[in-house]
Design a protein. Structure first.
Length: 408
């Protein structure tokens, strides 16, 4: 009896990548990494898991609800039946972003780091999302952060490095929306929103692109707030007007950012919220005209590291949502000649290995395929694997004797 077919696709929201896709992804990642490194950022690495209590410390906003929990070892059926909260059974969790692990990293390694530390993290994260276009359960983030710098130079360095990376990726139409959490709270104060309701009000304002002005006004009004006043102030700021009850100083930091030349277009967006509750100052969102969603974002988060270290450390960061931008980018290879060897079955293994080694030592990359009746199919497979040239290998052929031709 034949074995039953099994479901062999990846888990929902996770993907396999074929060689051509993987090559393109790595080229884009390398371009981002080089841009960030050229601006003085140093790459670090943190574990894929953190303590569950740290991941659920109230720093990750709604993303905490999407964290994958890792159950404690040694649990039995009685534990599973009697647990009031499943999270009580978890001691670890997969990271849902790179900012919480970075804060823990800096708190752990502060004595080994310079007073102002510029870091790069490029790594996968996991969220229990409902899979849809642009949203996956495993995806890569590309973060740069500056800790220990309280002045606006941190934000300007982040924006400049980001702008350079976008330019190298060919995303010259991309731009960055800018706002400041302090201005948002000033807007809510002017609209008489009680302090205990302000975070909830910001969650509503953050839905503006989904439910529109009327939807935001209605939802705020249902909560007993003056929705018309909130949106009226935001509309006025967007039009370049500053209502009398908004302190001009709340706009000063934003103006300082907008006046700088960071090599990328900056736009003031007074409705920009960013959903993470840990932001304390300037906030950013990277946009592209071809997409209805952002391709990255960040901001200042001065209070987070102190939650772990007991000592306040100013910090700011910005992150590319890699999966959202990679499809916008087409980066050519590095020009290295990649030779596909189409090998006759009579070629001794020792000869083949010697030929391959000689070609590699000459600075080429080498792929190997067995010759088949349908030679064109073999060449197409080599091309899909990245070959730029090909050569037929027969018994007795040395590397110098091969006729290497372009693979059109």
């Amino acid at each position: 009896m034949a074995a039953m077919a099994q479901n062999v696709v990846p888990p929902r929201g996770m993907r396999d990548f074929l060689p051509a896709q993987k090559r393109q992804r790595e080229r884009v990642l390398q371009t981002i990494r080089e841009a960030f490194s050229d601006h003085g950022f140093s790459e670090i690495e943190t574990p894929v898991m953190e303590d569950a209590a740290r991941l659920h410390a109230g720093l990750g906003g709604d993303n905490e609800k999407l964290a994958f929990a890792v159950m404690r070892r040694g649990l039995g059926p009685d534990d599973l039946r009697t647990a009031e909260n499943p999270l009580d059974l978890a001691d670890l969790g997969l990271r849902f972003d790179l900012t919480v692990p970075l804060a823990r990293f800096i708190a752990t390694n502060r004595g080994s780091l310079p007073p102002v530390f510029r870091s790069i993290q490029i790594a996968p994260v996991w969220r229990a999302e409902r899979p849809q276009k642009g949203r996956y359960r495993q995806f890569i983030q590309c973060d740069i952060d500056i800790s220990g710098e309280a002045g606006i130079v941190a934000e300007l360095e982040l924006l400049t490095a980001t702008g350079d990376a976008l330019r190298r990726l060919g995303l010259t139409d991309a731009f960055i929306r800018v706002n400041d959490r302090r201005l948002l709270f000033a807007v809510l104060d002017a609209a008489s929103v009680p302090a205990e309701q302000q975070e909830r009000a910001l969650i509503t304002v953050d839905k503006l692109d989904k439910i529109g002005d009327d939807g935001v006004v209605a939802e705020l009004t249902e909560s007993g707030l003056d929705g018309e006043r909130v949106m009226g102030i935001i509309r006025a700021l967007a039009a370049g007007q500053v209502p009398d009850d908004i302190d001009e100083s709340a706009l000063a930091a934003i103006r300082d950012l907008l006046d700088a030349d960071c090599g990328v277009r900056l736009e003031f967006d007074p409705s920009l919220v960013r959903g993470m509750g840990y932001y304390t100052g300037a906030i950013f969102e990277i946009a592209h005209p071809e997409l209805s969603y952002s391709i990255g974002g960040g901001g200042r988060y001065d209070g987070m590291i102190g939650r772990f270290s007991g000592t306040d450390v100013p910090a700011a960061g910005i992150s590319f949502g890699f999966e959202r931008l990679v499809d916008l980018v087409d980066i050519a290879g590095d020009g290295t000649e990649t030779v596909g060897l189409v090998v006759d079955k009579k070629v001794p293994a020792q000869e083949l290995v010697a030929t391959k080694r000689s070609l590699v030592e000459s600075g080429r990359k080498v792929l190997v395929a067995n010759r088949a009746r349908n030679v064109q199919s073999v060449l197409e497979q080599l091309s899909a694997l990245g070959a730029t040239h090909f050569a037929f290998v027969r018994p007795g052929d040395s590397a110098d004797a091969l006729e290497i031709k372009p693979l059109d």
